[in-house]
Design a protein around this ligand. Structure first.
Ligand SMILES: [Zn+2]
Length: 119
């Protein structure tokens, strides 16, 4: 019955097969408890995983098209909660940059940061 146990471990809670099966850093098997699907749409998925062995946080982006499925992964320092806050937000605007600059000026952080960089 080893075969049925293996296929059960590769299934996610929603019954779909888990595409992210191993940590790309240390090759540890990632079970469903280590993997969190943040965005699940029919043609794209955004997946966060935390390796139980090396503790690296991993981010995967999966796209399904008529030609097949592509999976891109990267190591991140973001938690699943961090990413959930960012998903759905638009790109940083010029107003955002200007607002941050004004904030730095007002709080005099700009001077402190410039001094820290220049030594
Ligand atoms: Zn690992």
């Amino acid at each position: 019955m080893a075969h049925s146990r293996k296929s059960a471990s590769s299934l996610q809670e929603d019954g779909n097969e888990q595409l992210v099966k191993r940590c790309p850093v240390c090759q540890t098997e990632l079970r469903s408890g280590h993997v969190e699907v943040l965005v699940a749409q029919s043609e794209r998925q955004f997946i966060h995983a935390t390796c139980p062995t090396c503790a690296h946080a991993l981010l995967f982006f999966q796209i399904t098209a008529s030609g097949g499925t592509g999976l891109m992964g990267m190591v991140t320092d973001l938690s699943a909660a961090d990413i959930r806050q960012l998903v759905g937000k638009g790109p940083i605007s010029e107003d955002d940059v200007l607002g941050f600059h004004t904030f730095l000026r007002r709080t005099r952080l700009e001077t402190a940061i410039t001094r820290a960089i220049r030594g």
